[in-house]
Design a protein. Structure first.
Length: 94
């Protein structure tokens, strides 16, 4: 896939999101990458992928500071819990 496609990340290790990932790839134009575990969710990986959005359904881990503080604005949904249940990170264009 070319660099002209928008890139998106789905961050979830839950097997019940397999269908969601396939539907997103089918319905939303762009290149989709799924990150399944917290050790693979790093600033270095995101820098290589360069996603425009990161979708985070049911993530049970703390998101590292260097990811959410670096040139990002985040929209947190259902964030009244200690752990964010749903979040979408929208990356700023430079």
């Amino acid at each position: 896939m070319g660099d002209s496609l928008k890139k998106y990340v789905l961050l979830t290790g839950k097997s019940w999101h397999d269908r969601l990932f396939e539907e997103l790839k089918r319905k939303v134009p762009g290149e989709w990458v799924r990150i399944r575990n917290k050790d693979a969710f790093t600033e270095k990986v995101l820098t290589e992928i360069k996603p425009v959005k990161i979708f985070i359904p049911h993530w049970s881990y703390i998101i590292p500071d260097d990811i959410y503080e670096k040139d990002r604005k985040s929209t947190r949904l259902n964030s009244s819990h200690l752990v964010i249940s749903y979040a979408v990170f929208c990356l700023k264009k430079k």
